[in-house]
Design a protein around this ligand. Structure first.
Ligand code: NAI
Ligand code: MG
Length: 489
């Protein structure tokens, strides 16, 4: 007997969304000088939520100048102990206002409230707690004597984990003594703007955090700004490459966290039910809008059929629909553009001869949605096996021997993450050494912790975020010139 789920929507009364937002520069919300704005919508309903300002060159200049002043006069000369107090304060405020952040994130992004409430917001707070702990201990982190900050960091983030990516960027930068100019993605600015309020509430000195909104053009102005000492970018490989070109030959530092096409490898001795949960988590978490998603499933041939059957049974129990409903597993796709991209790649799978299976579910009339989809009969040459789909679409391949698994797993231009499912510890260790990926999970997938460094190989980017390793991205190393902190490029 199966039970029907009654609707269990989370109330949105806790958030108050303004009809329009300014830019957060020097501790205050100010109107954009160009006066232009764009709309942000709820992807589950297509309802317009608010008007967001578009920052132009003079706004970017104002934000960078504000960050520079705050760096020179306040933040770079403050003791680590005092910086830590602000970071702890921000972390606690994120916890106190967690329901507000979760509801707002779900409204603006389309992800299920279960995920924004249990993953995005708690992890964002955890990043501030973790880095608050580092702020007064940088001298003892094995980073050499007297590690020093870089100056002003320009940070550009994507729409898939808006608040969490903000935390990954801002927490280490501030802990190490840098000030920041951050730009959220154009479809998901609201939680970054609420975070600006948290900075005010925490009485963070004006200019330490500046949040400016806008699309790719605003991002490019940040990248090209001579007053910025370091760029940190998370987003598409295409834009990442253009940023790398723009910064080549300058002294500005760069970290890039780009796309992925991770292999999730299941051996015949793995507990299948557990592996199925890991496969679901790997590719259907956050509608598959995850750079480290386990989008290529590699099954050992002898267990392939049985695993695919179990996976299909499991996918039929996933609930797609209202992201604010606490029972929802699959929310809305963040934008029409992203849905078009996913649909185009699904069509290429059909056209190239892979076999598609789509979970039966009712698609709401409004908004942008994609039902969980798996492709079998996939070859390594298919586009769906090579390109990042960034949606709830899994490509299944098979292998016979561990060597073949390694060869197929590494046959990609990306190298962000990988998963291994087996009972043999020795096989996990051997395979982890063979895989060209920055993060490797064993008998689990998509686990994150601020103490654990995250980042890629090859076209997935370079530099690490989180852990001691992540601190080095915001500190001057012995080989950096002395003019770095003065903003010369
Ligand atoms: P995108 O890379 O264009 O956008 C990411 C951020 O960069 C946004 O804040 C955007 O405004 C900014 N940006 C865009 N062009 C820029 C430029 N020339 N200079 C500086 N900043 C710029 O990603 P988009 O268009 O949202 O998604 C396209 C595809 O990229 C997705 O389908 C997915 O495959 C991939 N992607 C991967 C992400 C990851 O975490 N690895 C995150 C987002 C997208
Ligand atoms: Mg783009």
């Amino acid at each position: 007997m199966t039970f029907e789920y009654a609707p269990a929507p989370e109330s949105r009364a806790i958030v108050s969304i303004a009809s329009s937002y300014g830019l957060f520069i020097n501790g205050e919300f100010v109107d954009p000088t160009g006066g232009t704005a764009f709309k942000t919508v709820n992807p589950a309903t297509e309802e317009v939520l608010a008007e967001i300002s578009e920052a132009n060159q003079s706004d970017v200049n104002a934000a960078v100048n504000s960050a520079r002043r705050a760096y020179d006069r306040v933040w770079s000369v403050m003791s680590g102990r005092d910086r830590a107090k602000y970071l702890f304060r921000i972390a606690r405020l994120l916890q106190e206002r967690s329901r507000e952040f979760a509801v707002l994130e779900t409204l603006d992004n389309g992800k299920p409230i279960r995920e924004s409430r249990d993953i995005d917001v708690p992890l964002a707070a955890a990043h501030f707690f973790y880095h608050a702990g580092w702020a007064d201990k940088l001298d003892y982190a094995g980073l050499g004597p007297n590690p020093r900050s870089l100056g002003v960091a320009g940070q550009i983030i994507p729409w898939n984990f808006p608040l969490l990516m903000l935390a990954w960027k801002i927490a280490p930068a501030l802990a190490c003594g840098n000030t920041v100019v951050l730009k959220p993605a154009e479809t998901t600015s609201l939680t970054a703007l609420l975070f600006a309020e948290v900075c005010q509430q925490a009485e963070l000195p004006p200019g330490v955090v500046n949040i400016i909104t806008g699309a790719g053009d605003t991002g490019r102005m940040i990248v090209e700004h001579k007053g910025i000492d370091k760029i940190a970018f998370t987003g598409s490989t295409e834009v990442g490459k253009s940023i790398a070109r723009a910064l080549a030959g300058t002294r500005r530092k760069l970290t890039l966290e780009l796309g992925g096409k991770a292999a999730n490898i299941v051996f015949d001795d793995a507990p299948i039910d557990q592996a199925v949960e890991g496969i679901v988590d790997g590719i259907f978490f956050n509608q598959g809008h995850v750079c480290c998603a386990g989008s290529r499933l590699l099954l050992q041939e002898s267990i392939a059929e049985e695993t695919i059957d179990a996976l299909k049974r499991r996918l039929q129990t996933l609930r797609l629909g209202d992201p604010l409903d606490k029972n929802t597993d699959i929310g809305a796709v963040n934008s029409r553009e992203q849905l078009n991209k996913i649909t185009e790649l699904i069509k290429s799978g059909d056209d190239e001869g892979a076999q598609r299976w789509t979970a039966p579910c009712d698609i709401p009339d409004k908004g942008w949605w994609c039902a969980p989809t798996i492709f079998t009969n996939v070859t390594q040459a298919h586009r769906i096996a090579r390109e990042e789909i960034f949606g709830p679409v899994l490509s299944v391949l098979t292998f016979r021997t561990p060597d073949e698994a390694v060869e197929k797993a590494n046959n990609t231009p990306f190298g962000l993450s990988a998963g291994i499912w087996t009972e043999k510890g020795s096989r996990i260790l051997w395979l982890a050494g063979q895989l060209r990926a920055g993060v490797i999970w064993a008998n689990t997938f998509n686990r994150f912790d601020p103490a654990s460094p995250f980042g890629g190989f090859k076209e997935s980017g370079f530099g690490r975020e989180g852990g001691i390793q992540g601190l080095t991205a915001y500190l001057r190393s012995a080989t950096d010139g002395d003019d770095q902190a003065k903003g010369m490029s």
